[in-house]
Design a protein around this ligand. Structure first.
Ligand code: IVH
Length: 673
């Protein structure tokens, strides 16, 4: 069937719309339509292209799915060489770099620099001709690299077609292909499940994904791109400085760094370095430093190159996030449910600017898979706010036959037996609450925010209390004498009083929170909520048999067994009874059934409300999603006042915070009718 004009026009319109939406999404961070609306346009274009073969076009936004595998990569010469960068490791070296440059240029005044983070990925060069992506290459030796066009075409943030009408005849865009941390972790999980290669870090994962001969696999990898330079340019005049050139790339549809800045002097560069270092752990991707480039293109040309690096640019490196050190020993940590986790004891080493002497080894299967031995030199990684981990041994440096870590037969804390349950990979100490380690973890869990929410009862405090035999179980928390608490390390009279106060407050809770707080194996927050909703009262749950437990949503045979087992133990029943005797009760409607009408709001209560103790009033607000705070600040939504309010009212007035009375409080909690 001949291609009707109207279809051709529709396809052209769809392509243009999809390109613009891609640009808004990947480059401008300002999407204009929902993902669903985008998918509808995309599918319509796919449908037209399937129906009319004449519509085929390599730069259609549908062409990112990869193609038949190649047998090898062709070599391609770069039009303009791809250079590398000199490094600086401290302020001294940065100041020396700036001084050398000003001497060379005979420039006394401060120089302006364009700054951006140094991404940890793989350099690529993209050649666009008349706006169309024609070729993509790796850096290689700087003069020629490998042709990886088929793979690069699958990277969603790389425009297959540039935007605008006045495009250069040819332009070589340089930038980094990298993988965000979340995508990297998801990829490794998938690789592990399917028995594929697990990558040591996002950089290796990005490089490995770009160098696959089958671009259909590359298409499934979560790769991103960020531009940082221009090689060849023909048929257009570039702005006269690095910063404006990057804005130009952004305007024609290529992503640039969100953190890019134009700085007035080397002092501002040092400040920029500190700011980015501060943000490092919060970024969605790994960076290994910042790059400063002399902004003025004319001065860049004047400064020239030394060997293969420009004199006008420098990478100021951050402390390494991956380092090597010796694995001295492997200890085993006992968790709340008795599971033993291997922990690496390391020769102390700085990773990401922090001294590290312990790192997780995850579990015995991981140790086996990675073939880690005691005495090995290992690679330790600490990225973002995740805990340090041992990535791999350095096999080339292993001397002779080193011992493999062994799971101990007895608990290192309480000497009870360690057993592996059939069908489970975890090894567990069978000591239960006899084991001090399990006791500590059980109490930490009980106090945690989603359980009893005991403010001020941190991990260190729990450990001290158990070690000094102030508490045997969670039930003893509610009978702690003030003097004993005040006598603990880093506690004063005031903080001790506050802790007893929050313990008292925590007694008003919900049944679901209480069930969750007990720490029954595999009973998480949502299962606890289902159990509370189904049984309605604690006695019914404690006496339920395995069959009736399984009628509850999300409760299968294993969880039902765990619950039954928990309540069959005499000591657990005794603890529950003591807790109830101490005054724990659940006057509140379950959070899941209570509409969260006050979510995001923060209240302060001052004075006595009629018919509600302060704790009750606070609980009612919290059950509706509000936060209740002890002091007034600009972030306070309102102060709720009863009889004899204190100085908080005056503070609220000066800050312009709203002040509510008894009836307005009752309206908030929905009890005014
Ligand atoms: S500029 C002439 N800017 O670092 C300047 N490079 O160590 C050439 N890199 O091969 C590079 N982020 O792979 C530049 N914002 C950035 C960068 C960056 C990462 C990489 C790039 C380069 C290597 C040099």
């Amino acid at each position: 069937m001949p291609l009707p004009k109207s279809i051709q026009a529709e396809a052209a319109e769809l392509r243009q719309a999809l390109n613009e939406h891609n640009h808004r999404y990947y480059v401008l961070d300002a999407p204009a339509i929902t993902d669903q609306a985008y998918d509808r346009l995309f599918r319509r274009l796919q449908q037209l292209e399937q129906e009319y073969a004449e519509l085929a076009s390599a730069d259609s936004p549908t062409q990112r799915i990869g193609s038949e595998p190649a047998s090898h990569f062709e070599s391609v010469a770069h039009e303009v060489a791809m250079l590398s960068l000199d490094n600086a490791f401290d302020e001294e070296e940065m100041l020396a770099f700036d001084r050398r440059l000003r001497d060379k240029l005979d420039h006394a005044a401060p120089l302006a620099y364009c700054a951006e983070p140094k991404l940890d990925g793989l350099a690529v060069s993209l050649l666009y001709e008349a706006g169309e992506l024609k070729r993509a290459a790796t850096r290689g030796d700087g003069r020629s690299g490998e042709n990886i066009t088929a793979n690069v075409r699958t990277v969603a943030s790389i425009a297959l077609r540039l935007l605008g009408s006045d495009l250069p005849e040819r332009i070589e865009v340089r930038g980094e292909v990298y993988m965000e941390l979340a995508g990297f972790e998801a990829l490794n999980r998938k690789q592990q499940e399917t028995g594929g290669k697990v990558f040591a870090n996002p950089r290796n994962a990005a490089a490995g994904s770009l160098r696959l001969l089958d671009s259909r696999i590359t298409a499934s990898r979560p790769l991103s791109f960020c531009s940082y330079g221009i090689g060849l340019i023909e048929g257009a005049v570039l702005p006269p400085g690095q910063y404006l050139q990057m804005q130009y790339l952004r305007a024609i549809g290529l992503p640039i760094s969100r953190q890019i800045e134009l700085l007035d002097s080397i002092d501002d560069c040092l400040d920029y370095y500190r700011r980015i270092l501060d943000q490092r752990d919060k970024l969605a991707f790994d960076i290994d430093g910042v790059v400063f480039k002399l902004d003025d293109s004319r001065l860049q040309r004047q400064a020239g190159f030394v060997s293969r690096a420009p004199r006008w640019a420098i990478a100021y490196k951050f402390p390494a996030q991956e380092v090597m050190t010796r694995l001295l020993d492997v200890d085993f940590q006992v968790g709340r449910t008795g599971a033993l986790t291997p922990v690496a004891r390391l020769e102390p080493v700085a990773v990401g600017g922090v001294m590290v002497s312990n790192a997780t080894l995850h579990n015995m299967d991981e140790i086996e898979r990675k073939d880690i031995r005691i005495g090995d030199i290992v690679i330790v990684r600490r990225a973002g706010d995740v805990i340090p981990e041992v990535v791999a041994p350095v096999l080339q440096q292993r001397d002779g036959d080193l011992p493999r870590p062994q799971m101990p037969l007895r608990c290192p804390v309480c000497d009870s037996e360690v057993l592996q349950q059939p069908g489970q990979s975890a090894f567990r100490c069978i000591g239960g609450l006899v084991c001090a380690a399990q006791r500590k973890e059980a109490i930490k869990h009980f106090a945690s925010r989603k359980a009893m929410d005991i403010e001020g009862l941190g991990d260190k405090l729990v450990e001290q209390m158990v070690e000094q035999n102030l508490i045997e179980s969670v039930a003893d928390l509610y009978h702690l004498p003030l003097e004993q608490v005040a006598g603990l390390d880093r506690m004063a009279d005031k903080s001790a009083r506050n802790l007893l106060d929050s313990l008292r407050q925590s007694k008003q809770t919900t049944l679901a929170r209480f069930i969750f707080a007990l720490g029954i194996r595999e009973v998480g927050e949502s299962t606890a909520e289902s159990l509370a909703a189904y049984f309605g009262e604690l006695d019914a749950l404690m006496d339920a048999d395995v069959e009736s437990l399984q009628r509850v949503e999300d409760v299968g045979p294993v969880v039902a067994e765990n619950i039954r087992h928990f309540f069959d133990q005499e000591n657990n029943r005794a603890i529950v009874e003591k807790l109830i005797d101490a005054g724990i009760n659940w006057p509140l409607i379950e959070a899941s059934q209570q509409a969260q009408t006050l979510e995001g709001k923060t209240y302060v209560i001052s004075g006595t409300l009629e018919g509600y103790s302060r704790d009750q009033a606070a609980s009612l607000l919290k059950a509706r999603g509000a936060r209740v705070s002890g002091s007034v600040s600009a972030k306070t939504t309102a102060v709720i006042t009863g009889e004899n309010p204190g100085s908080k009212v005056a503070k609220a007035e000066t800050l312009g915070v709203e002040i509510l009375g008894q009836s307005e409080f009752e309206a908030l909690i929905g009890e005014d009718s």
